[in-house]
Design a protein around this ligand. Structure first.
Ligand SMILES: [Zn+2]
Length: 326
């Protein structure tokens, strides 16, 4: 399957760094297969499942970018129509998962799966459920946060102990990019390195050193750690560590795994159902297919959107990331 330029543009809003280099392709509206049109015309907002099921059919048979875009549009409408009365059924989360399966970017897939899990927790397989058993991972998350704090304080012995706790290294490997490293393995390596370099070899973290042959006994500041044991961190590293700890501790009672995996390093953005339509660029007030386009009334005849089923690019809320709200 290929990808429509408008999709690249809209999904770029979610993960700008990943797809920014995608080359532009000339837009060439492709006709939809004849069988689709009567099925589209038969759709009615009162039956969101029909949108979803047709979306699946179109996605399965998809031979063109226009069809793939149409499938996305159908899943998006199914999602919106299903949740509009405030009591979404299986259709809304299923639509998110279907959209995730059409998405090429892992970050988009994670966002959509998180959205599905928010609609219905049974649809998500949060990281901590699939990779470990029971409540052990919450303990590991807590321990990982504790470990990074001990590393920062220069309590290397304690930190090394904590890093040996089952599940803790896995957390660094999985979420270590939050510590500001491009690869999680680098994050774990650095944390273990810091843990191995401390406590202070000169003062043993006492911060002061005894001056020999003084009476009464006197002390001087440790030359090695300057009275402040622990690795010298840049401000960026410190902020990253605090964020990492905060996320782990904050999220233990929530779906921290799913949330962390949404967006390494960037301010946390909740998976908000109301954002999906604008991210997809679909008009949820135009659920009727008439004469080759989506319209807002069953009696309307003039398509509100291009006949190839593609949607205009719309800015997504949330692309302007503000400060973390935690
Ligand atoms: Zn020292």
């Amino acid at each position: 399957m290929k990808i429509v330029p408008t999709i690249v543009a809209t999904w770029t809003l979610i993960a700008p760094c990943v797809v920014a280099a995608q080359p532009e392709q000339p837009a060439q509206p492709e006709p939809l297969p004849a069988w689709i049109s009567p099925r589209l015309t038969a759709l009615s907002p009162g039956d969101p499942s029909a949108y979803f099921l047709l979306g699946e059919e179109v996605a399965d048979e998809s031979q063109s970018r226009a069809e793939e875009e149409l499938a996305r549009h159908l899943f998006g409408l199914a999602f919106e129509l299903d949740r509009r009365d405030g009591t979404p059924s299986w259709i809304a989360p299923s639509s998110c998962l279907a959209l995730a399966s059409l998405s090429r970017l892992e970050s988009d897939q994670r966002w959509l799966r998180a959205l599905a899990s928010r609609m219905d927790s049974s649809y998500a397989a949060p990281a901590w459920q699939s990779e470990s058993s029971g409540g052990a991972v919450s303990d590991a998350a807590f321990t990982a946060a504790e470990a990074i704090g001990e590393v920062r304080a220069g309590n290397g012995l304690r930190a090394r102990d904590l890093l040996q706790t089952p599940g803790v290294r896995e957390i660094f490997l999985r979420y270590g990019q939050l510590l500001g490293f491009s690869a999680a393995t680098g994050a774990l390596w650095q944390v273990e390195q810091w843990a191995s370099e401390w406590p202070c070899r000169e003062c043993g973290n006492e911060r002061v050193v005894f001056r020999p042959n003084t009476d009464p006994p006197s002390y001087r500041e440790c030359y090695t750690c300057r009275g402040n044991p622990g690795p010298r961190l840049t401000q960026g590293q410190l902020v990253s560590q605090l964020r990492f700890e905060s996320r782990l501790l904050h999220g233990i009672s929530r779906s921290w795994g799913a949330q962390l995996s949404l967006d390494y390093g960037a301010p946390l953005r909740e998976a908000a159902p109301e954002e999906l339509a604008s991210v997809l660029g679909i008009d949820i007030n135009a659920p009727y297919w008439r004469d080759g386009g989506w319209v807002n009334s069953p009696d309307a005849t003039k398509p509100a959107q291009p006949a190839d089923g593609s949607a205009p690019t719309v800015s997504a809320p949330g692309q302007e990331r503000g400060p973390p709200t935690e």
